[in-house]
Write a new protein. Structure first.
Length: 99
């Protein structure tokens, strides 16, 4: 048989929790960002001044607390957008908002 996934889930066995937005697939985020796995989001982590500061979430296959690294997805919003689904417009922020 073929699974029919509940809202927010996708995959052949509904084993992935998708991004919020237009749909639950890996391509949502309301057109204002990218839907990435927790592993990918951690690698793209930036500190308060925008400097890339990667976190290696899920890199140890024997670490049970990171089982979800490739199963749960979230939005990485484009500049100017924020919120869990990239629908909020953001104000400039950082050390010098005019540079």
């Amino acid at each position: 048989g073929e699974c029919i996934c509940n809202d927010g889930f996708f995959g052949s066995a509904c084993e992935y929790m998708g991004c919020s937005g237009d749909d639950a697939s890996q391509t949502s985020c309301n057109g204002n960002g990218k839907c990435l796995s927790l592993r990918e989001l951690a690698l793209n982590h930036k500190n308060g001044d925008g400097t890339l500061l990667p976190i290696h979430y899920g890199s140890d296959a024997n670490e049970p607390s990171t089982w979800d690294a490739d199963r749960i997805f979230g939005c990485e919003c484009d500049d100017g957008y924020g919120g869990f689904d990239c629908t909020l417009m953001t104000c400039p922020n950082g050390v010098d908002v005019f540079t």
